[in-house]
Design a protein around this ligand. Structure first.
Ligand SMILES: *[C@@H]1O[C@H](CO)[C@@H](O)[C@H](O)[C@H]1NC(C)=O
Ligand SMILES: *[C@@H]1O[C@H](CO)[C@@H](O)[C@H](O)[C@H]1NC(C)=O
Ligand SMILES: *[C@@H]1O[C@H](CO)[C@@H](O)[C@H](O)[C@H]1NC(C)=O
Ligand SMILES: *[C@@H]1O[C@H](CO)[C@@H](O)[C@H](O)[C@H]1NC(C)=O
Length: 373
């Protein structure tokens, strides 16, 4: 349990490696060739009660991170996926043309030059996803002064990847655009980057992971696993994907109990009531928590996994930067996408029959959370 304190550290370490690896592939002349005069962005840090953005310096502004002995720390397993995402450019490298081609899709272009960030915005992203993503990279520069190389990248902020592999086969194969995004898919191209919620999601009142992970730690202490409600819990918006609509059929009814307790999250009502009922750390009340993706992967994965409950993971199609490294029966209990109700019922029954085994499984996950799966 002691290692809980380090997720943020590892997480930033991941970013350094990710950007470092990307830089390694990029044709270095890219940066010199950039002629447009970039504009400096100013960062809104807080959303005040009336909904406007406040530009204030916060006292928790990160300071330089000085690892005691970085060489003694083995790279977490999930770092190797960086190379997987970059593989298609292995023989060609990434040319200026490939970066520029991604402009048709990107929400913004980001340039790091001598430790400063420059941004060119192309499209409006949903809520403030772009702002929080850039804010994360700014913190990275602050934590690792002098270590983040000059680079240039294009970023896509939607739920699903935008560039399909099938469009870049044959004659197009040598010109695959390179774009950063929050999640990947086997049929798509793109480099997976941690999503904006790690630094906060102002519009839904979700704090940065650094703060929230501490709240989860406290919440987990409040109710021991065995004392939790012995059913599978899910709360969210069922209307964003067909698989979620299907999941609702597994809810308990007068006729049948699939051992699932499912709730619809109405974000509008919640925002009117000050998000009192949607505090993520207060949702660690059940022994089992269901993860099911939404339009793409769902940012809820980390909040569900952090609950120290057994995660019933409905087989996903999309992956964020750590999903691919998770091991069934070690980090989660797999649930098939086709037989959700049946699998959930079985998992809950099995878990309630074998409580000691489940407690061990949950503990193992907490230990490995973000510290090297
Ligand atoms: C760092 O850790 C490695 C492996 O544990 C050890 O061999 C090395 O001496 C350590 N270096 C320092 C400066 O403490
Ligand atoms: C090449 O890529 C473009 C998109 O940039 C696409 O419209 C076209 O169909 C692709 N051609 C092939 C042969 O895949
Ligand atoms: C699922 O069932 C519970 C208990 O009957 C109910 O409170 C809840 O609203 C139901 N959820 C959905 C999404 O209908
Ligand atoms: C759980 O235990 C009950 C009672 O012993 C048994 O009937 C049931 O088959 C068990 N279920 C699973 C999934 O282990």
């Amino acid at each position: 349990m002691k290692r809980w304190g380090s997720p943020t550290v590892f997480f930033f370490f991941f970013l350094v490696l990710l950007l470092g690896a990307f830089f390694h592939w990029v044709d270095h002349t890219s940066i010199k060739g950039h002629k447009k005069s970039p504009s400096i962005i100013e960062l809104p840090l807080k959303r005040s009660l009336d909904g406007s953005m406040e530009q204030s310096r916060v006292s928790t502004y990160p300071v330089i991170f000085r690892p005691n002995n970085l060489s003694s720390t083995a790279c977490p397993e999930y770092f190797r996926w960086i190379h997987e995402d970059l593989r298609i450019w292995e023989s060609t490298g990434i040319s200026r043309a490939m970066v520029e081609r991604a402009k048709d899709y990107a929400h913004f272009r980001l340039v790091i030059l001598k430790g400063k960030i420059y941004v060119e915005k192309y499209k409006k992203s949903f809520h403030t996803r772009d702002v929080f993503t850039i804010w994360g990279i700014l913190q990275l520069l602050r934590l690792y002064p002098g270590k983040v190389p000059d680079l240039e990248l294009m970023f896509w902020c939607e739920d699903r990847p935008v560039i399909l592999k099938k469009d870049y086969q044959g004659t197009n194969a040598t010109s695959s655009p390179s774009i950063f995004q929050y999640c990947g898919h086997e049929d798509a191209l793109g480099i997976v980057f941690p999503d904006w919620t790690f630094w906060g999601w102002a519009e839904t009142n979700v704090s940065p992971w650094k703060t929230l992970s501490k709240d989860f730690k406290e919440a987990n202490k409040r109710t021991k696993w065995k004392d939790r409600v012995p059913y599978a819990y899910w709360r969210g918006n069922p209307n964003v994907a067909a698989s979620r609509t299907q999941l609702m059929w597994c809810n308990v009814s007068d006729k049948y109990d699939w051992n699932a307790r499912l709730y619809k999250q109405d974000w509008r009502t919640e925002s009117e009531q000050g998000y009192e009922h949607s505090r993520l750390e207060d949702q660690c009340t059940h022994r089992y928590k269901i993860y099911i993706e939404g339009r793409g992967w769902s940012v809820s994965d980390k909040y569900i996994l952090a609950c120290d409950s057994m995660t019933l993971f409905v087989k996903p199609e999309y992956y964020d930067f750590f999903i691919r490294s998770m091991v069934p029966l070690q980090h989660y209990w797999p649930v098939s996408a086709r037989n959700k109700c049946r699998d959930i019922k079985f998992a809950v029954e099995w878990g309630n029959n074998h409580t000691d085994k489940v407690v061990k499984m949950c503990l193992m996950f907490i230990l490995s959370l973000f510290t090297g799966f």
